[in-house]
Design a protein around this ligand. Structure first.
Ligand code: OGA
Ligand code: NI
Length: 366
């Protein structure tokens, strides 16, 4: 069995952007200032309607006994299109109680608002991805993201590090547990519809994944005096099978952007909706039919922003590769090799975020 990914790699001291912001700096420290090519162009005009990521009404898919109804079939075709053309969509009527989304947001916000000394009781060790800090930093030269992260492994049980579970806010752990259980159910349902949309049996992913890996990461983006110079989160695709992202309501700032046809498209928050995206693992399993999509976060001059992100992936032991049903040796040969998912996870967390570069691990270069 492959161990949970964790590699101790030493890095220097990283500034805490929240603390930095409090000092009202007159300039942005060099480590956060992006090279010209990476700087975001911040447009003030809203994107036109046809550049909005799709919205899927899950209540139309939930009704199991009615999966030949017009509503079901048309929503399934919307889902197919969303996965194939966008790799990103928002879900409404997803079945997760609004009160639970709100409690989770409140807990995460309360956590980030605690004094630094309190948060530092749960430090993200250099080169690891759990705890409070900045993940994916491996060298002194690397540019830093304008973001604080707090991440926890949830499943399987052995991926948990009890020392990193905060005792404050008091209801934090309990809320994370309840939230994770509900989001896990949602992920299983989504994978079922994704399988159906590919013409596969609804249970293929559930059966293949074993005890699925689940982790949660809360990202807090403080306001930045020069949003034109920095990135909240570097461009990347997720290593997961699918990702569920909750955008905080508290601030209402648009920060998530996805790369589509060479343009960065903002993901406009819809109240109580969840953002779903295809991760690298589904790209490999579907032999590229459904692709993971590069995305990033930008910051705002006045508003802070919070996101709560769940990564859902197969068990570390399983072997991943294009599913035979989706490969055709003459017309659509395998684009990816077979590999152990734990090896991919380790590869993912030990490299800096750099677009879709991590997936080169799996690509077959014909
Ligand atoms: C992530 C991610 C975007 C956001 O955590 O992987 O893409 O809006 N976050 O915080
Ligand atoms: Ni992401």
């Amino acid at each position: 069995m492959s161990p949970a990914p964790s590699f101790p790699i030493k890095v220097g001291h990283i500034d805490d952007v929240q603390e930095l912001g409090k000092t009202k700096p007159s300039y942005i420290p060099e480590r956060f200032v992006r090279n010209m090519t990476e700087r975001p162009t911040l447009s003030t005009t809203p994107p036109s309607c046809d550049l909005k990521i799709p919205v899927i009404d899950l209540s139309k898919l939930f009704n199991e006994n009615n999966n030949s109804s017009q509503d079901f079939l048309s929503e399934l075709s919307n889902l197919t299109l969303a996965c194939q053309e966008w790799g990103f969509f928002q879900v409404i009527n997803h079945g997760v109680e609004v009160s639970l989304l709100e409690s989770m947001e409140r807990m995460a916000m309360e956590f980030f608002m605690m004094p630094l000394e309190e948060k530092q009781k749960y430090p993200m060790a250099p080169g690891t991805v759990q705890g409070y800090g900045q993940a994916f930093v491996f060298s002194e030269e690397q540019k830093l993201d304008w973001c604080n992260m707090f991440a926890l492994g949830l499943e399987p049980q052995y991926s948990r590090n009890p020392k990193l579970w905060p005792t404050k806010p008091a209801a934090f752990s309990e809320t994370v547990e309840a939230y994770s259980r509900e989001i896990r159910k949602l992920c299983k349902k989504l994978l079922k519809y994704i399988a159906t949309s590919l013409g596969l049996g609804g249970d293929v992913f559930e059966e293949m994944f074993g005890v699925a890996v689940q982790a949660v990461r809360m990202n807090y983006y403080p306001p930045c005096p020069r949003p034109d110079l920095v990135l909240g989160l570097s461009p990347h695709s997720d290593g997961s099978a699918i990702t569920v992202l909750q955008q905080g309501k508290c601030s209402n700032s648009v920060g998530l952007q996805i790369l589509k046809d060479n343009a960065w498209i903002p993901v406009q928050p819809i109240p109580n909706a969840l953002v779903i995206n295809i991760g690298d693992t589904i790209e490999v399993l579907t032999n590229g039919r459904y692709k993971s999509v590069e995305h990033r976060a930008v910051t705002d001059k006045e508003k802070d922003r919070l996101s709560i992100v769940t990564f859902y992936a197969p068990s570390y032991e399983i072997e991943v590769g294009p599913m035979p049903e989706l490969v055709d040796e003459s017309n659509n040969p395998s684009k990816y090799r077979r590999y152990n998912h734990g090896d991919y996870s380790r590869h993912y967390v030990t490299n800096k975020l750099q677009g879709k570069k991590t997936l080169e691990f799996a690509k077959i270069n014909n």
